[in-house]
Design a protein around this ligand. Sequence first.
Ligand code: PLP
Length: 387
Amino acid sequence: MDFSQIEQLDKRYHAETYAYFPVAFTGGKNATLIGTDGKEYIDFGAGIATNIFGVNDESWKAAVIEQLGRVQHVSNYYYAEPQSRLAELLCTKSGAKRVFFANSGAEANECAFKAARKYSAMKYGEGRAKIVSLKGSFHGRTLFTLTATGQDAFHRWFGPFVPEVGYAEANMEDLRRVADQKTCAVVIECVQGESGVNALPRQFVTALEAFCKERDILLICDEVQSGNGRTGKLYAYEHYGISPDIVTTAKGLGGGLPIGACLFFEKTEHVLQAGDHGSTFGGNPVCCAGAVNVVSRLTDEFLLEVQGKADYMRAKLKGFDGVTQVTGLGLMIGLGVKKNSKEIAAECLKRGLLVLTAHERVRIVPPLTITKTEMDEGLSILKEVLK
Ligand SMILES: Cc1ncc(COP(=O)(O)O)c(C=O)c1O
């Protein structure tokens, strides 16, 4: 099909939930995609921080195809080797005790919120079910995670919402006001992706950890976007030296296949028991085989390379005309810009570069394997557009 045929079909039959850019892709390699028009595009978006190794990565593909040739799905009535191996790998690397597998970031967060409520109900009885999130946060589109998303724009039309959710500014004064006696958990993104790629202040995060520990309020780190090596560490919370009770992740974990994970640390290890939670596709063997490949390749050496690439891109971006600020951590980059971010993204696309936006910022979250040539090509397009 050529592009106009795809576009026509989609406009006629697909739900109208997405405002697409006028392009579709047929293939590519690493951080270079090929459009239906045969044109090459440098990818600074990685399918929204998802294609950790870009497209067509040989080792990842081989792992996925190998599992596809065995068995594609078994359900959670039975054991599955890729799932058990991935759970072990995640626990060994992170220090978590157990993992629940979901299909997306929102579902990983749903699991975390449910576990937090059960932890509290078992220990303290009813009436301590409040989840506190931060203003500007994004935690997903299911009703519970949408409720916990601290941005009013997402709430329009969809009430009534899940009760016992509160929102605090990222400072201890406001947090103390909102996180009252009825609170069982506080959820944070160490780098808020959707609202502008803002890293939380270090002082706040460490004070929050101490506050939560004192009151036995669970600290949940949503690493859906910032996890899996994106910031130069396995998880962004490691930059802050904190120990969360639950960590959720998704996006990059599968390298481009749908999988989410909820990691339980010491306090929460045994909270969820048989029958409490589940998912038909959660822990799907093909997705887990892809994720085993991803996580096992996120070595210290690889993460150092990510940090090096991030330093390189950030230094260049800081010198560009039209850039007011470079935010975020590692290869999760926000650009404060003088022009309209959506118009910048559209103009970049015309010139062969894919970038994302986050409110008024340009968001750059390339494959972690992006080469110097690809970075340079993309940066030179961006430089021209930003001028
Ligand atoms: C921090 C964060 N949490 C949760 C989600 C929801 O993930 P998903 O779209 O996989 O449900 C996202 C998605 O962008 C995210 O950035």
